[in-house]
Ligand binder design. Structure first.
Ligand code: BGC
Length: 256
């Protein structure tokens, strides 16, 4: 493996910051994964501390690819539904660069996971319209056509009506995995809500394939048979490694 094929990937999530060295020839980890809880309160300063701890744990001196669970445009954080307003307007790549003396590349977490699935996983070689959904604390989405990403497709924020509360709210509040756990839904009840969401998104973009990733993808035997949408739907192959692998992949593409 050449030096260029080994990159540190970091996945920033609402509950954990995770990092691993990634072997980009294989699209897999080349080290153990290091995880530290996302510091609270969630501020740019505390998060930079966590990122710096991960970089330090690997004694890493090269470039770093890093996800963020919100819209990232020109390396600036534009939304941060599950992280807090303090992050909005910050050039996170620049801040990590200064705080950790390294070059960093930031990408939306679902976009990173999607890029990894398209290169190494369930979407490999697919040139049609592919939608990757990551279902965990929120719902992230990444849209590809001809193998190219359309960044920051925030399909988790589409408004849906919650029957019980009789009001509209972001779909992720109704059918993300966190919503299922919070309301202690059976799989059948959750799948009923998620099917409505899938059919709604399907009616807007008509994908050929939907890839389901995020925390939920490790439990596919519980719900895959309950899903009903008019296109192919499969589980992500890289599961919870996808964010880290995709961040490393995109860092190489954009910084080397
Ligand atoms: C954010 C997305 C993110 C998703 C998964 C949503 O709340 O708006 O940008 O991809 O959560 O973390």
């Amino acid at each position: 493996m050449t030096k260029k094929d080994l990159i540190l990937g970091i996945d920033i999530g609402g509950s954990g910051v995770k990092g691993a060295l990634v072997d980009l020839r294989k699209g897999d980890f080349a080290s153990e994964r290091v995880r530290i809880p996302t510091p609270t309160p969630k501020t740019p300063e505390s998060l930079l501390g966590a990122v710096s701890e991960i970089i330090g744990a690997f004694k890493w001196k090269g470039i770093v690819g890093c996800t963020f669970p919100g819209v990232v445009r020109s390396q600036v954080i534009e939304t941060a539904a599950n992280m807090g307003k303090d992050f909005i307007g910050i050039n996170l790549a620049e801040q990590i660069g200064k705080a950790c003396s390294c070059e960093a590349w930031i990408i939306n977490d679902a976009d990173a996971a999607g890029c990894a699935e398209m290169r190494y996983g369930a979407g490999k070689g697919n040139k049609e319209t592919v939608l990757v959904l990551t279902v965990g604390t929120g719902i992230g989405s990444a849209l590809f056509t001809g193998g190219r990403l359309v960044p920051n497709m925030e399909f988790g924020q589409l408004k849906m009506r919650d029957k019980k509360l009789s009001k509209s709210m972001p779909a992720e509040k109704i059918c993300a995995d966190s919503a299922r756990k919070k309301a202690d839904m059976t799989w059948a009840i959750w799948a009923g809500k998620f099917n409505k969401y899938l059919q709604y998104v399907h009616s807007l973009i008509w994908p050929n394939l939907i890839v389901l990733g995020g925390g939920l993808s490790s439990k596919e035997e519980k719900f895959m048979h309950l899903l009903n949408v008019d296109c192919d739907i499969v589980s992500a192959k890289l599961q919870n490694r996808a964010g880290i692998v995709g961040a490393a992949l995109e860092a190489k593409k954009n910084l080397m």
